[in-house]
Design a protein around this ligand. Sequence first.
Ligand code: DLZ
Length: 143
Amino acid sequence: MRFGIVVADWNPEVTHALLAGAEATLRHHGVIAEDIVVKHVPGTFEITVAAQWLAEYDDLDGVICLGCVIQGETPHFTYICQGVTHGITELNLDYNIPFIFGILTTLNHLQALERAGGKHGNKGIEAAVTAIRMATLQREIEK
Ligand code: DLZ
């Protein structure tokens, strides 16, 4: 299998931990390094279009989207979360591969760290497992 990973560099101490978890999990399940295509974007809002470009220009079994949006004092949080959720949903319907929603949307920095290798695990690992499961399911169904 061959997977793309799009990771946002906003809140990098969180998102790069998600990336490490996702990459290690794919490798653990037998995906070779050359078949893991990692692309960085500035923030979570940019994830959707980069994921679309990967789907257009590469031959992938799925794209894992990793980001972290932390609530601030303005409604910006809501718009970014709505935008990326809608965008990834659309990609799932428009392309014949799964796009995995590995984006933390938390009320504060601590909640994010707890989900990027802390007491609530690493959601990058869960995203990678979900990608493998969905790609496997698609192969089963399309036979
Ligand atoms: C602008 C912004 C803010 C305020 N907060 C976050 C965040 O918590 N997480 C994140 O990934 N990105 C954030 N951004 C950046 C936007 O995602 C985007 O990069 C900019 O609005 C430029 O389009």
